[in-house]
Ligand binder design. Structure first.
Ligand SMILES: [Zn+2]
Ligand SMILES: [Zn+2]
Length: 283
């Protein structure tokens, strides 16, 4: 693979309000030689995890908007930002996954490079409780206090919540306070998924940063623009057992450029379809 060194010694702005610099900076420094300057800007207007401000755009568009905001404020032509999306996994029933989306915007080259990283390693627990109730099992599941918590008043409008709770005393006080604002007396206690409150999420953001830095360092074999990498898959293989055509079998990864139309198919090691997904062998 061809690697680039065009960004070495350059600065880029990281828009984040939740101390993500230490998660992203090592990969950007080691792989690209880029130093990240963190700009703590109010990005809550793009939506929050606790739901007090609804997210209207896709995670990728939100990350883009954040990066551009940081570039505008700092005057730097390059920016990076991340946005997580945590919820029921698309492929595994009952599992919760964390998908971290990261974008790199280079206004000089007029390109956007993005990567995402999906992980099932995320602490995201939630429970409904009352003042004085036992929370031992939940706190263990939530990995508290290593992972911080949010307490919300049930059915409060506007939502009344206390975030970033990191000790038993804070938790007790927050439950009492939120209970007073609750229409039912009940409160919801859940994982605070903001990056600085969630070590499991931090690990996923760092992994996504590594993927993005490597992708930025890889250039298009045709036009030499940074950001060459996987853009999709190509399907269709013949069955290993009966040789009939299996439409959904992945034949290879499609690699592409963020600037030109050049594409390249990288075939997978497996050149025939698994009979388990063949309509003839396994209808
Ligand atoms: Zn078959
Ligand atoms: Zn290209």
């Amino acid at each position: 693979m061809n690697h680039l060194d065009i960004y070495r010694g350059h600065l880029a702005v990281l828009t984040s309000q939740h101390e993500k610099q230490r998660l992203l900076a090592p990969s950007f420094r080691e792989v690209l030689g880029v130093e990240l300057i963190e700009r703590a800007l109010d990005t809550d207007k793009f939506g929050t995890f606790s739901g007090d401000i609804e997210r209207s755009a896709s995670p990728l568009d939100t990350a883009l908007a954040k990066a551009r905001l940081g570039m505008k404020v700092s005057g730097l032509p390059r920016g990076v930002a991340s946005e997580g999306s945590i919820g029921p996994d698309l492929f595994i029933p009952f599992a919760i996954s964390d998908i971290e989306h990261l974008v790199w915007v280079d206004a000089e080259r007029d390109i956007v490079v993005s990567e995402s990283y999906r992980s099932l390693d995320i602490r995201a627990a939630s429970t409904r409780t009352f003042v004085g109730a036992e929370l031992g099992g939940f706190l263990q599941r939530a990995d508290f206090p290593r992972h911080r918590l949010i307490v919300k008043a049930e059915n409060s409008s506007p939502l009344f919540c206390i975030k970033g709770i990191g000790s038993a005393q804070e938790l007790e006080a927050a439950i009492t306070e939120c209970s007073r604002h609750s229409a039912t007396g009940a409160v919801i206690v859940e994982s605070d998924l903001r990056a600085h409150c969630s070590p499991s999420r931090q690990a996923n953001i760092a992994a996504a940063a590594r993927l993005l830095a490597v992708r930025i360092s890889t250039h298009c074999p045709e036009c030499r623009t940074p950001g060459w990498g996987k853009v999709g898959v190509e399907r269709g293989l013949s069955c290993r057992a009966c040789s009939s055509f299996v439409e959904q079998a992945v034949r290879g990864d499609l690699l592409g450029c963020v600037k030109c139309d050049y594409k390249k198919l990288e075939l997978r090691v497996e050149s025939r379809a698994d009979p388990a997904i063949c309509n003839w062998c396994n209808p």
